[in-house]
Design a protein around this ligand. Structure first.
Ligand code: RB5
Length: 159
């Protein structure tokens, strides 16, 4: 599994902890470090940059961190084919993959400590999409996404 990670200026410490811990576990992870390309970037452009990498297939999953995880989730979900959720507990992180098939996890450095953040990331990375009853729901999400991006218009009454 190819992983990438990035953060804004509110989450530099947590990004370092997570990147190093995942590297130490032998995982294939790249720090996209968008901030190295531009002075003082805001979270939307950082999150958008990572989301485009997921969309183009360069990475299987991405981790985005900001102060709360909220802004990063919002911007990542603006990119077609990217499904992001903010998680600050292990149960939600596991369900984020099993039920929702998310390819991006977001976290807030101002919300969770580094130990819990590592457990949350592990719960998400160890989970697989369960398919079964979740499959038609995720399929519907993708169909509505296509409609939203006007690639596959559906009649209004079908929603
Ligand atoms: C700081 O810019 C803060 O707004 C940001 O890190 C994030 O929490 C936004 O959702």
């Amino acid at each position: 599994m190819k992983l990438c990670i990035d953060c804004d200026d509110a989450a530099l410490s947590l990004k370092k902890v997570l990147y190093e811990s995942l590297k130490d576990q032998g995982l294939d992870i790249v720090d996209l470090d968008y901030a190295a390309t531009k002075e003082n970037p805001f979270y939307p452009e950082i999150g958008y940059h990572l989301a485009l990498k997921i969309q183009e297939g360069s990475y299987d999953r991405g981790i985005l961190i900001c102060g709360t995880g909220l802004g990063m989730a919002m911007i990542a979900n603006k990119v077609e084919g990217v499904y992001a959720g903010v998680c600050h507990d292990c149960f939600s992180a596991e369900r984020l993959k099993k039920s929702n098939d998310a390819n991006v996890l977001t976290l807030g450095e101002r919300v969770v400590g580094p130990e819990l953040a590592q457990m949350i990331v592990t719960a998400w990375l160890n989970a697989d999409f369960s398919g079964a009853g979740s499959a038609p729901k995720v399929d519907q999400m993708r169909a509505l996404e296509r409609q939203s991006f006007q690639r596959d218009p559906l009649p209004k009454e079908s929603v």
